[in-house]
Each structure stands twice: as structure tokens, then as C-alpha cells.
Design a binder for this molecule. Sequence first.
Ligand SMILES: [Mg+2]
Length: 196
Amino acid sequence: MLTIDGFKQALRHAQSEIEANKDTLTDLDRAIGDGDHGINMSRGFEAVVAVLDDDYASLGDLSRKVGMTLMSKVGGAAGPLYGSAFVKAAPKFGDATEADFKLVKEALLEASTAIKARGKSEVGQKTMVDVWEPFLSDLSEADDFDAKLDRLVGETEDMIATKGRASYFGENSRGTVDPGALSSSIVLKAIMKEVE
Ligand SMILES: [Mg+2]
């Protein structure tokens, strides 16, 4: 079950993991982008943690607030993507104060759909979609969530980017893990840990 406190704990955990991986995210984005992903995600999740002391009536309210905070605080391409993910997951959580595995999966599927729509991207383009969509498409409660996420992040290494700034690197984008895929795995691991 994901409770409101559990959701808050997941976001705090995500923030500390992003902080621990900030330099890695920066290095990856420097290799195939503009090098701002670590700083942007760090700033965004610090802002998220700052709103967690407030009271929320439902998982939907919390998810909406998180999304709007990320939208305004995370720069680059990632802000609108992560922001819309949490904003669009909010109606699926609705007034619920706790969510079972099925509801969490449904809400995350809404988030994944929002990311694809906002980024106009599909699987195979070396973006965060390559983590979100395959992670959720056949997700079962019995899965080893962390192992599945690590595998999907690793699979972006051999892909050639055809979307966003990384696509300018063409063939040279091969050999680098997508930074958005890595940050997505961090966020999803933190959430799934609280659902287990
Ligand atoms: Mg960037």
C-alpha cells in the first residue's frame, strides 16, 4: 500500500538518491546534452521536499503539488516531462489516501502516457520513455523492480538518440546511458519501494 506518508517518504528518498547521483547525471548529460540534468533534478527535488511538510488530503493532491513544483523548478526538457507526469497521475489517485499496487500502476501509466505526449516520443529513441513504458507495460507485483529498472536504464546505452538535444550527437550518442532514463529509474525505484 502506498499511503500519503509513504508517498512523501518516496519523494524524500528520491531526492537523496538524486543528490547522490547528481554528478553522474551531470556527466551523462554533458556527454549527450547540455550537462544540466543533475543540477535541474537536484533543484527540483529539493523544492519538492520543501512542500512535503504541508498537509495533503489525498494522494491526488500530493501528486498534483509535486508535479506543479517540478514544472516550475526543474529547467530544461525534464521539468515539463516530470511535472506533467505527476500532474496527470493525480486524477487517477483522486481522493484516495492509500493506493494498492494496481492503483499505483494505473497512476504511473497515466504519468508515462503524459511523458510520451509531452515529449512527443516513443520507445527506442533513447529517452526516459525507454524506462517508463517498458517498466510499466507488463509490471507485476512479483517483479524485482530495481533489477528491471537497472536493466532498462542499461539498455539505453546502446541506443542512438533520435529525440531532443541528444539526437544531434547521432551515432555518437551510442555508448552513453540516457540521463533521463537514469533519473527516471531513481524516481520509480523510490516510489516502488514504498508500494512493496
Ligand atoms: Mg540537459
